[in-house]
Each structure stands twice: as structure tokens, then as C-alpha cells.
Design a protein around this ligand. Structure first.
Ligand SMILES: [Zn+2]
Length: 362
């Protein structure tokens, strides 16, 4: 048999090996690309209805995202995660290599309101000096903090993030305690006192490497001064009062809310001040570029997303230049109905791939 006659034989023998090699090279290039991406977290925060009605893990993977986070409260998300659909969601995330986190407004669940009858001093004092069970808690009540920590540990066992990063936020944009012990502390400082206790409990009871977010948002945008973050606390910066048709580089721009005239420049000052207290390396930005619920005024029917890719590109450069490597955005209301009404999801691809392929601007 001469060499020419042996070519088909050689091809048959080596073709499978060649194929495996090609696949291996392509996978390693993909992994390198992922590892090379500046942004370690490229996320989207969705509510349980969005997650129940859309195959988000597949779509997230295709868009180049790393992480999906659930929302809004621990009790609501626990019910979803323990359901058949919730378990399926976790399985699909595993299949597609998508990390899972839970970004939760928590105090209503972590300090059950019916405990007010038992001991009202666990609850916040309002501006008129009355204890009230409406929101949050008194962070100087040891009993209240202990109950919150115990419940945070309890929920952590049901809502375990795959990243070790926990998010038990205070209630949504509502006041903290005005009692004589709490009032010398700002809302940011009261939140951080509580977060320090929670992260210590999580590290002791659940995961020695647990991390917990300090949410800088609305009444907690000012950085804490009198209280220092415990090991494991990371900054989460959520600039809800900005606008999204102008980039953060437009420092004079004010937001959509006429009562909140805070400019983009002021937002950046607050971010920079917070980054003097919390490490940039672990800090996360929680943005609203894809937050259909916000643009719909938190009322359905949902409107089309006003997506500004150029603004988004400039914004992520602003964040990246401050050393921020974790970026996520609300995407609430992007459910089956939304996709039926607005099937062009180019914005999702531009968001995910924009983060994945980000290169610093000159
Ligand atoms: Zn208090």
C-alpha cells in the first residue's frame, strides 16, 4: 500500500482526535475570553415572575452574562426557589454555568412585624418619638439584631448564592430608627451596624467566606463615617435617581424624579466617597439600564425599554476606571408578556456582550 492509498485510512483514524483537539482549543479560547473580561460579575436582577415565565439561564448565557439574581423579598423568593419551577431554574443555571444570587429587601421578613406586640423596643422610633412597626428596626436593640441574624442564617440555607455574596437589604427607601441611641447615626451607619452583625453570623453559621452587601441607595447613599465595615462587607451602589438617556460623564444632568435633583456629578462624588470606605475590588454597581419596571413606573403593562447603548458604554467605562469589576442591572418586568410585545431583545445582547468585551476607552 503506497502513501496516497493510505490517506483515507489515516483520515478515518485521526479525524476524531483532530475534532476533539479543535473543540478543546475553541473551549480554552472561550474560557480565556471569559477570564480576560474586566467585569467578573455581569448580571441581571429579575423578579420571580420574570424567572418563572422566561428561560433566563439560556438567554443569560447567550448574552455573555455570568449571573442571574432573584428579587424582591426573602419569603417570596424562598417560595419560588422551593417550587418545582424554582428548582428547574437552579438546574438550568447549573447547566449553563450561570451564577445565582438573591438581592432582597429583607427587614419585613427578618424581623417579623407581629413581634411588635411582644416587644416594641425592637422596632424603630419615628420622628414623633413613637415606636412603630412600619419599616426596618432599632439597630440598638440586641434582641432585634439577634432575631434578624438568626433569620438571615435560616434563609441563607434556602437561598444560598453560588458566589458566596449575600444581599439582605434594609426596607426599600424608607427611614431607619430615631431613638436616642440610633439618632446620632446616619441611615448608612445604622444599616452598616446591622450588616456587620449579619455578616458575622453568616460567617459563623453558614459560610466562613460569606460576603454581604452594604447597599448605597436613596437614604444610604452617603458613606458611613462613625461605623467601619466588618470583614466581608462589600459596597453595592444603586443610583436610582440618575437618568439613563445621558451618561454619568454628563455631570450636570439631573434625574427623572423632580423631588430628587441629585446630579450625575453628585452621584459620582458619593460613589467615590463610598469607595474610600469600601474596597473597589469587591464593590458592585446595581444599575437600571434594563429596568423595564422603573421605566414603566412600576406598573404593568410594561413599556418598551428606552435603551441607550452609547450611554451604557460610557457608564461602564466610568465604573471600570474606578476599579469596579462587578456590574449588574435590574431587568424586572422582562417576562413572557414583555417579550411577546417587544420581541427585539438586541439590548440584552448589547448589554451582556458590552460588559464581556469591555475595553477601557482611551
Ligand atoms: Zn433605635
Amino acid at each position: 500500500m503506497n502513501y496516497i492509498n493510505r490517506i483515507p485510512f489515516l483520515w478515518k483514524s485521526f479525524a476524531p482526535i483532530l475534532l476533539v483537539l479543535l473543540i478543546a482549543i475553541s473551549c480554552s479560547q472561550q474560557t480565556e475570553r471569559q477570564e480576560a473580561s474586566h467585569f467578573k460579575t455581569r448580571g441581571l436582577v429579575l423578579d420571580v415572575n420574570d424567572l418563572s415565565t422566561v428561560d433566563w439561564p439560556r438567554r443569560a448565557k447567550e448574552a455573555g452574562l455570568t449571573t442571574l439574581a432573584t428579587h424582591i423579598t426573602p419569603s417570596q423568593v424562598s417560595e419560588f426557589i422551593q417550587s418545582e419551577r424554582g428548582q428547574q431554574f437552579l438546574e438550568e443555571c447549573k447547566t449553563y454555568g450561570i451564577e445565582v444570587e438573591h438581592e432582597l429587601h429583607s427587614m419585613g421578613d427578618l424581623l417579623p412585624r407581629n413581634l411588635f406586640e411582644e416587644d416594641s423596643t425592637m422596632f424603630r422610633m419615628n420622628e414623633e418619638g413613637k415606636r412603630v412597626a412600619d419599616y426596618n428596626l432599632c439597630v440598638h436593640s440586641e434582641k432585634a439584631v439577634k432575631i434578624v441574624c438568626d433569620n438571615a442564617v435560616k434563609y441563607a440555607k434556602i437561598l444560598t448564592p453560588t458566589t458566596g455574596r449575600y444581599f439582605y437589604w434594609i426596607d426599600d427607601a424608607v427611614p431607619m430608627c430615631q431613638c436616642p441611641e440610633c439618632s446620632p447615626y446616619s441611615d448608612s451607619e445604622q444599616a452598616l451596624l446591622l450588616e456587620n452583625a449579619i455578616v458575622n453570623a453568616l460567617r459563623k453559621e453558614v459560610d466562613p467566606k460569606a460576603m454581604l452587601a452594604h447597599l448605597a441607595y436613596v437614604n444610604t447613599l452617603e458613606p458611613p463615617v462613625k461605623v467601619k465595615p466588618a470583614a466581608g462587607i462589600f459596597l453595592e451602589f444603586a443610583p436610582i435617581y440618575r437618568r439613563w438617556d445621558k451618561s454619568l460623564l454628563d455631570t450636570g444632568a439631573t434625574g427623572w424624579n423632580a423631588q430628587q435633583t441629585i446630579t450625575h456629578g453628585e452621584h459620582l462624588r458619593l460613589l467615590d466617597e463610598n469607595l474610600k470606605v469600601f474596597p473597589a475590588e469587591t464593590a458592585q454597581v446595581l444599575e437600571y439600564w434594563l429596568d423595564v419596571s422603573l421605566f414603566s413606573g412600576w406598573k404593568k403593562p410594561a413599556v418598551a425599554l428606552p435603551w441607550h447603548n452609547q450611554v451604557f458604554q460610557e457608564d461602564i467605562d466610568v465604573y471600570a476606571k474606578r476599579g469596579i469589576k462587578h456590574i449588574t442591572s435590574f431587568g424586572v418586568y422582562i417576562d413572557d408578556q414583555f417579550i411577546e410585545n417587544f420581541p427585539d431583545l438586541t439590548f440584552l445582547k448589547e448589554y451582556g456582550k458590552g460588559l464581556e468585551n469591555y475595553q477601557p476607552a482611551q
